[in-house]
Design a protein. Structure first.
Length: 202
C-alpha cells in the first residue's frame, strides 16, 4: 500500500477506536492463490496484543487455505469526495479523503464449539437484544467455521487532508459537513483534531 508519512498512523489507541467504529472489511489470503471475503470482524485487545475473529461459510473455497497461513485484513472507514472548489483557490485539485486499517497475522480455523462461542459473541456485540434459540445456533455452526487471526502488525492510513494547512483543512471540513452523505469523514477529522465544526482552527 502506498503510504505517505503524513497519512500513516500506528498509534494503538487511535487504531483501537477506529476498529470499534469500523469492523467490516476484507479477509485476504494468497496461498495457493489470491482469495478474499467481505466479512464482519470481532477484535479482542489484550494490552498490546490484538486478535481478530470472523467466520466463513464452510463451502467458501477460501476456508481451505486459511489454517496456519499468513493473511491480511483491510478495514475501510469513512471516505468522501473533496471538490477542488471548496478551497476557494486557483490550481486546486479534487481528491478523495478516506481511512483504513490494515492488519497482518496468522489465521487458525476454530472447531465447532469455538465457532459457536464466536457466533454468540458476535451477536452479543452487534445485537445485544437478539436472543436466538440454542437449537438454531447449533444448526448454524454446522454451516460455518470460525477463524482466529493472531495479528502480528497493524497500520492505519488516514488520508484526511493532513498535507494541507489548518485553514485549508477547515474549508474541507466545512465542505464535507455541508455535503457529505453520510456525514462521517468530517466527524473523523474532528475526532482526530484535524477540523473543528465550530469554525475554530484545531
Amino acid at each position: 500500500m502506498y503510504l505517505p508519512k503524513h497519512f500513516h498512523t500506528d498509534d494503538q489507541p487511535q487504531i483501537q477506536t477506529f476498529l470499534k467504529q469500523n469492523y467490516f472489511g476484507l479477509l485476504l489470503s494468497s496461498e495457493p492463490e489470491l482469495r478474499y471475503s467481505p466479512l464482519p470482524f470481532l477484535f479482542d485487545w489484550q494490552e498490546q496484543r490484538l486478535t481478530a475473529y470472523c467466520h466463513l461459510a464452510r463451502n467458501n473455497p477460501q476456508l481451505k487455505q486459511l489454517d496456519q497461513q499468513q493473511v491480511q485484513v483491510v478495514i475501510m472507514g469513512p471516505h468522501a469526495f473533496v471538490a477542488a472548489d471548496c478551497y476557494g483557490e486557483d490550481h486546486a485539485v479534487s481528491t478523495w479523503n478516506y481511512s483504513l486499517v490494515e492488519l497482518k497475522g496468522t489465521a487458525f480455523t476454530l472447531n465447532t464449539e469455538q465457532t459457536l462461542e464466536l457466533v454468540r459473541r458476535q451477536e452479543g456485540f452487534s445485537a445485544p437484544a437478539l436472543q436466538q434459540a440454542t437449537e438454531y445456533q447449533q444448526k448454524l455452526v454446522h454451516a460455518i467455521c470460525g477463524v482466529r487471526i493472531d495479528v502480528s502488525s497493524w497500520l492505519g492510513k488516514m488520508k484526511l487532508s493532513q498535507n494541507k494547512s489548518a485553514a485549508q483543512r477547515q474549508k474541507v471540513g466545512d465542505y464535507l459537513q455541508a455535503t457529505e452523505q453520510p456525514q462521517s469523514v468530517w466527524q473523523l477529522m474532528q475526532q482526530l483534531k484535524l477540523y473543528q465544526a465550530d469554525g475554530t482552527h484545531p
